[in-house]
Ligand binder design. Structure first.
Ligand code: P6P
Length: 339
């Protein structure tokens, strides 16, 4: 089906998936993900009021205490995904161990997710997001952790939902490009607003996004390239929300680069491979950008080529337009850090 749709066709995500893939089980999985995103968006919007007035808000019938939003959103995603019939095993940032779906409710997909990434920003009403990556089991037997400890190149679908001024779902299906869907609260549907999103030609705005509070621990190449961007004739702008979804979303739409490099204190950086690095790298590459770890374990490493050995493993993240990621990798050579 063509990417262009008219509003009268209610260009929902379900319509898009069936039109593009015809895969009913995948459509069911993404309906479960959409439901969880909508419920999380609602909880974020109501949190202040609920806490302020002590309203029941998200309190359930047994009167459980008001849950912290990241705990609540995690329960929402686990419930939606384990009961949709399309998933076999889940990995959540909030759960130490994988969650295996009972055989009678299991399906062929495997999902890694961070239910509310950047949740520390919630209390000051700064945007946050959900990040997820979906793989397909390669066998018909019961799922094991090896169904998710795989290279990022195996990802089938990756996406994030940004809880900002609008609630926006960005989804990438392998081979079908990056697509934007905005929640229409009056319909309760995510409506297709942009097809095949690409980073701006030439790299777009000169923006770098990183936590410069870590700069004294960075390696020589990262220190040097950031200094060069600051000292150039037309200096780069610094933009850092501290919510990966917000910083990556801006990078895809406006251009520039997002970095969370390794440093002397954190040799593998801070971000997690399965539900931060991989999904964002997959999306960035499908949007025509690059996704590297920079120098990682002694070599320059393309992020999606990593094969994680544990489900909460970390990796450095250097993702964005080719112009800026290439400049970082070139700086490693200039600094003599690449053999
Ligand atoms: P720092 C949020 O905790 C997060 O995982 C990402 O969303 C964000 O980009 C990063 O960590 C912020 O980390 O160390 O700058 O506060």
């Amino acid at each position: 089906a063509s990417d262009s749709v008219s509003v009268s066709q209610f260009p929902t995500l379900n319509r898009y998936i069936m039109g593009k893939t015809g895969d009913k089980e995948l459509a069911i999985l993404l309906m479960a993900l959409q439901l969880a995103c909508k419920a999380t968006s609602r909880a974020c919007n109501k949190a202040g009021i609920a806490m302020l007035f002590g309203l029941a808000g998200e309190v359930n019938s047994t009167g459980d205490d008001q849950k912290k939003l990241d705990v609540l959103s995690n329960e929402i995603f686990i419930d939606a995904l384990t009961n949709c019939g399309a998933c076999a095993v889940l990995v959540s940032e909030e759960n130490e161990d994988p969650i295996f779906v009972p055989q009678e409710k299991a399906g062929r997909f495997v999902v890694a997710f961070d239910p509310l990434d950047g949740s520390s920003n919630i209390d000051c009403n700064v945007s946050t997001g959900t990040i997820f990556a979906v793989y397909e089991k390669q066998h018909s037997g019961p799922a094991t952790v090896n169904d998710i400890l795989r290279t990022g190149n195996d990802i089938t679908v990756a996406g994030y939902c940004m809880y900002g001024a609008a609630t926006e779902l960005v989804i990438t299906f392998k081979g079908h490009g990056v697509h934007r869907f905005t929640l229409d609260p009056s319909l309760g549907e995510f409506v297709h607003i942009q097809a095949r999103v690409k980073l701006p030609e030439g790299g777009g705005k000169k923006i770098y996004s990183c936590n410069e509070g870590n700069s004294r621990n960075w390696d020589a190449a990262i220190k040097s390239i950031i200094a060069k961007w600051k000292d150039s004739d037309k200096p780069y702008a610094a933009r850092y929300v501290g919510s990966m979804v917000s910083d990556v979303h801006r990078t895809i739409l406006y251009g520039g680069i997002y970095l969370y490099p390794a440093d002397a204190k954190s040799k593998h950086g801070k971000l997690r491979v399965l539900y931060e690095g991989f999904p964002m790298a997959f999306i960035m590459e499908q949007a025509g950008g690059s996704a590297s770890c920079g120098m990682f374990k002694g070599k320059i490493q393309r992020l999606l080529d990593i094969v994680p050995e544990s489900i909460h493993e970390k990796c450095p993240v250097v993702i964005g337009c080719n112009r800026d990621v290439d400049a970082v990798l070139e700086e490693y050579k200039i600094q003599g850090l690449v053999l």
